[in-house]
Design a protein around this ligand. Structure first.
Ligand code: TYD
Length: 198
């Protein structure tokens, strides 16, 4: 494995508290140890403007449409400034959240089909692979919920089911996030290898 391989966009998704951020870091480390250039990023966020949008979104309650367009504006900027340049450099880009979050969170509020139309605009690159981490229950207590993670455990289960349904519809990989962090990383590496991503 070396840096002559082409760029690929890998999205890790799922409800809150399924170990996404941990696995994004573990996966990046696994590839870096094998001398693969990796770019790790997250949404909302990505660059300075993206982080400003993140602070706005997580801090302030705005109406649903404004919220949706802020997420999408942040995504367009993120793609332009971070993701596309990294892919052009041949890097493996590992993203913590992307379009699936918009479909699950804003789709629940505004309607899935209209959100799908907007998230499918050509400006929003399609990832090589989208993996949904699926856990039977949240890992750890739901004591640090942000304003998108409403309704406690019931809300969490609703979001889990929405991810499962959307995964079937869009061909995303639904992967068990249960078990030790090591075993989950192994499964992730296995899925990527099967898809020829490395
Ligand atoms: P974050 O702290 O990154 O959550 P987590 O650690 O669970 O990934 O917060 C991001 C929040 O933003 C999360 O609750 C999901 C929400 N979100 C949306 O509602 N729509 C989106 O398009 C994205 C990318 C995130």
């Amino acid at each position: 494995m070396d840096d002559r391989q082409g760029g690929a966009l890998v999205v890790l998704e799922g409800p809150d508290h399924v170990g996404k951020s941990t696995q994004v870091e573990r996966l990046a480390q696994w590839f870096r140890q094998r001398k693969r250039s990796v770019c790790v990023s997250r949404e909302p966020g990505g660059d300075a403007l993206g982080e400003t949008i993140r602070t706005m979104l997580l801090g302030e309650s705005v109406d649903g449409w404004t919220e949706l367009f802020l997420f999408l504006a942040g995504r367009a900027r993120h793609l332009n400034e971070v993701i596309e340049p990294a892919l052009r450099r041949g890097e493996l880009v590992i993203l913590d959240r992307y379009t699936p979050s918009t479909l699950v969170y804003q789709g629940a509020q505004l309607g899935e089909e209209v959100v799908l139309q907007l998230t499918s605009l050509p400006v929003f690159r399609r990832p090589e692979i989208t993996i949904i981490l699926d856990c039977a229950a949240p890992l750890g207590a739901l004591d640090t919920l942000d304003r998108f993670e409403f309704s406690g455990l019931d809300g969490w289960h609703e979001r889990r089911v929405r991810y499962q349904i959307l995964a079937r519809r869009f061909g995303w990989v639904l992967l068990s996030g249960d078990g030790s962090p090591e075993s989950v990383t192994e499964r992730l590496v296995g899925v990527l290898a099967q898809e020829g991503i490395g």
